[in-house]
Design a protein around this ligand. Structure first.
Ligand code: COA
Length: 167
């Protein structure tokens, strides 16, 4: 019998960018199901600009046009506890550059320590997105720059609204 392999792609997605979407597309081709798990924990080091439900809605609006095997959910608490609850043991993360490696390596090994049956799979987004990050997007949109194809138009519009930028 064929195994149904489900993967969780966790993140803050404040906001979702073309780089995240690139990883989601790749994951949806490899795994039978992909759950995009939006981090609902209050973060000490990151204060999201977009409220949680807005981030979820924006992601849903994008993935509905990608593939039927993608779901969007919110998780709170430890990621490994969410995986356990969902009976999933694969985490997908994007690796943009060497600079991501140390942080990702640390998280993957810590998650493995917490839940030895969990594997983290790294996918590389297209090189045109390696320099893209949600913080840069917020800074550029906040200063009136245009994101072109690096951000979904609806995401850009919503971000402008939350950054209180006219037009
Ligand atoms: N394209 C564009 N940007 C990307 C990207 C891609 N493919 N992949 C990552 N990024 C960027 C994001 O935009 C974000 O940028 P920012 O820092 O400027 O906001 C940054 O890389 C990292 O963001 P993200 O991928 O959303 O991850 P995160 O670090 O916000 O989230 C969690 C990490 C949610 C997976 C982690 O904090 C977690 O598991 N938390 C739950 C609590 C827990 O279990 N802790 C123990 C972990 S061992």
């Amino acid at each position: 019998m064929k195994k149904n392999i489900v993967a969780v792609y966790p993140g803050t997605f404040d906001p979702i960018t073309a780089g995240h979407v690139d990883v989601i597309r790749r994951a949806a081709k490899i795994f039978d199901e992909v759950i995009i798990a939006v981090n609902g924990n209050s973060l000490k080091n990151k204060k999201p600009i977009l409220p949680l439900q807005v981030r979820v809605k924006l992601i849903r609006g994008i993935v509905k046009n990608i593939s039927k095997n993608i779901q969007v959910d919110i998780f709170r608490g430890l990621l490994v506890d969410y995986l356990k609850k969902k009976k999933v043991n694969v985490i997908v993360r994007g690796l943009r550059a060497i600079s991501d490696f140390e942080y990702e390596f640390q998280m993957a090994l810590m998650n493995r320590k917490l839940a030895p049956n969990v594997e983290t799979v790294f996918l590389m987004p297209s090189e045109e997105y390696t320099y893209l990050s949600s913080s840069l997007v917020k800074e550029i949109v906040g200063l009136g720059g245009k994101m072109k194809d690096l951000l979904d138009r609806n995401v850009e519009k919503t971000l402008k609204k939350f950054l209180k930028i006219k037009k």
